[in-house]
Design a protein around this ligand. Sequence first.
Ligand code: OOB
Length: 527
Amino acid sequence: MRSPLAPVRSWPEEARQRYRDLGLWTDETFANFVADRTSRFADRTAVVGRDADGTEHRWTYAELGRQADAAVRRLRRAEVAPGDRVVVALPNVVEYAAVVLGLFRLAALPVFALPTHRETELSHFCDVADAAALVLCGTDTDAVDLHGKVAAHVTVEPPTLVDVAGWDLTEEAAPDAPERVSAEDVAFLQLSGGTTGLSKLIPRTAADYLYSVRRSATICELDETTVMLVPLPVSHNFSMSSPGVLGVWHAGGTVVLARDPSPRTAFTLIERERVDIVPLVPPLAQAWISAARRREPDLSSLRLVQVGGARLSDAVAAQVQPVLHGRLQQVFGMAEGLVNYTRPDDPDEVVLTTQGRPMSDHDEVRVDDEGRLQTRGPYTIRGYYRAEAADRDSFTEDGFYCTGDLVRRLPSGHLVVTGREKDQINRGGEKIGPDEIETPLLAHPDVLDAVAVGVPDDLLGERLCVALRIEPGRPEPTDLADHLRAAGLATHKLPDEFRFLDALPETHVGKNSRRDLRRVLARRWSA
Ligand code: OOB
């Protein structure tokens, strides 16, 4: 038996009532959402993409519903029950859609991990969520090996392995009755970017999340003719709900899953499927721009190129529309809630130089004299899942989330992101907590001290740099990346560079100073 879901800090009753009265929150659950859209849009194309074996599929909404039912049966066979948490760490394969909608049907709660996560992260999520199952793709990673490592790490009863690579997608399945849940119950757990310690889990409800999905779909003008390409990991909040795959399925459009984000794969799919909207992180936008200049693909179908996850430089912003054809939309969002968009009808100046304004008139945004951004609203959480210490640091008494971002607010309400006060590395949109890297490095026999920081980088915005102090007189270790890999760290967190210093800069109380270190490393690099 798995423990029941832990209590979460939810919106106070007064706010919930207000959001209901305003019609922002409805009683649509995710199970209702799946049942409704798969029948309403039955004959339209819901998903185009490859399965775990690389075979391409084109599923109608009706077929997607059948695949979700088949997934329910397989999950039940793996002893997943309503209310159970299930860690999903899949690449962009069609089985992803079946698993996630199946979990929603079953009223089990997905925990949205990334395919690059390894046992360090996966076992942490299993522990915090007391996960009943772990869903992996065995043609991508050695699922049995990874699951074994996770099982060896966890302190809870190990999760069951569900490997989608073995699934026969032609198998028939009869639907069974959807489970009864409330739209205001926690429906899934998203991941925060790590700051201190590993990612925290973010409890989201159908009421709050689907509000943000509907609002996003409206702002981005989605309808049944929408075709969205998803080159980023589909589980990321951006790809999932801003407006993401849920926004597209809400509106009856088509999701095209790209197995990899390369310009070659993406351009082929854009041309063939007549894609009209795509979410990108800044380094990817830059890579596509330079590839498009050389290859001149037919991108005439692109209507909206969304860029978010990290600060887009004004210089790159200016090249998006001329080269990629679609109008730029800047997206400044966070898995905790608040998402800002530039609007399709904003003046060019605003689209090119701001990170947008809140999607909802009911988003409350507070910017103090130092530029610190705090927010509260109908789809911004009031607390993390089972993380009371983090809650004390990240939420104010009156329920505002302290984003850790520094912004300037224009009279129009648009925000310009000017920096960050949270201790985090944003490597081209991937959020990494310094101690996620430092802690395993300190376990290396030759390492006396290690400090991870983000260093300015033309392509990534920030690259991950670790400064190390080693035993004097010892040779510089060459196995640090292997050491981190062996420690079970996500592959996207492997440092871009290791720098050996005789002394690490310290603050006046003798702690390592990240700020000074960043300055030293940036200076050395530019010299
Ligand atoms: C998105 O979500 P997360 O949770 O991975 O990261 C949130 C953080 C923000 O607090 C901010 O520090 C940074 O990522 N960020 C940006 C940005 N978009 C996100 N910083 C500067 N400019 C931007 N445009 O990254 C996310 C969630 C939903 C939609 C889009 C992105």
